[in-house]
Design a protein around this ligand. Sequence first.
Ligand SMILES: Cc1ncc(COP(=O)(O)O)c(C=O)c1O
Length: 478
Amino acid sequence: MATAPAGDATFPLEPPHDRLAAWFHGAVDLALRHVATLSEQPAHGPAPSAAELAAAGAPVGEEGSDPLALLKTVIEEWVPKSFTTAGPGYLAYIPGGGLPTAALADLVAGLTNRFIGIAAAAPLLVRMETSVLRWLLDEFRFPVGAQAVLTSGGSVANLIALAAARDRMVGAAVARGVVYVSDQVHHSNTKAAHLVGFQRSHVRLLPVDPAFRLNLDALATAVAADRAAGLLPAVVIGNAGTVHSGAVDPLAALADFCARERLWFHIDGAYGACFQLCTAGRARLAGIERADSLSLDPHKGFFLPYGTGGVLVRDGADLRQPFAQQSAYLPQASAAEGLQDFTDASPELSRDFRGLRLWLSLKTFGARAFRDALAEKLALAARAQREIATIPGLELTGPCDLSLFAFRVARPGAAGDELSRELLVRVNRRQRVFLSGTQLGGRFVLRICVLSFRTHADRIDAAVTAVREETAALLAGR
Ligand SMILES: Cc1ncc(COP(=O)(O)O)c(C=O)c1O
């Protein structure tokens, strides 16, 4: 629907109600039309042309133009030239989805534009977000006194957790502190360790077992060696689902070890922690409830759009320690029960109203819908893995601890890697699904990660068919 451009002579930034309404209705129509065709869209778009890149980078002009025309170009011409991350065929990296309730929430949050960094500025809205955080803490069986905060994603969640761990464990002696991770850890953890002051040379990348889970003996040996050398072992980071193969480290054993050795136990659950919501997942994550801190990503396993992570800390005082400060120009910290100044638990002061996305989605669909969807993803990944295992010429490279597994062409060395790379290109060229690859144990592997709420059995079967047919053709030299 075309509308007149903005441009009231006196206050052009305040268009009249009717024009605003036309903009919003038009934008919603455009976006919903896009969503309605997601399952037919190619799993990834073609590369943009030079002319499109130039158009997308065109400079801002002094005069305005029609926002609906601009959005039409974005949605119909630019969005398709990207990975279809919101679609059912997206099985690459770590999918999420983008629940439409979150978009509704973002619309309302943007229009009402309330400030929620400080509880005094919007007590009921802060209370609402805090109630979702408490619900999350309860799902993970964190005790009374634990505290959580929403972040922009898993990377910032890991950063906050490591800041809390640093202050609790080593404080000003951070230069002698040591962090222990498996060599499968997501790079955001090593980045976070460095950002909060640990020396890069004091982040121990430990070997894993054949299932890509952290090797406990190697951990014990490294901690003992560091103590003997006069260093300060401080933090162990366990994975609740690695990004490479989905491996879940032995969380309960790591919790025991950390308790014995008096180390901070952080769990990176950005990908996998969400499976705590369903019975099958909870069993596979046993021990997660014993973490000192836990990162998770609602924009992955709660299917929200990108931009929502979270961190849970066992002792709320530890979460506040690095961040809480009084400032003369802000209201005094809120004392009312149940209220929390989010800025006291994060490096951020001003931030988006991200709690509304999570709250509205959970309240609209109810927790059971999420539990069921997550159980479905576990089952779909197991089904895909079982089928891939039957394809002649392929081999699995490990178990499927959650909803992610890897496989490759069963040929040794560089030649095998080349075939696996070629298989990935061929499968993706079909455009029904989009897979990604990684290195595991020095070899190139393909991986399938099932996490979008829009992915169901039909698409998994399409993925398996694509892999089966392309493997046969590849190995037959066609
Ligand atoms: C295991 C793991 N940790 C951390 C991250 C980083 O999360 P984010 O991209 O939300 O910052 C990811 C992202 O995929 C991840 O899979």
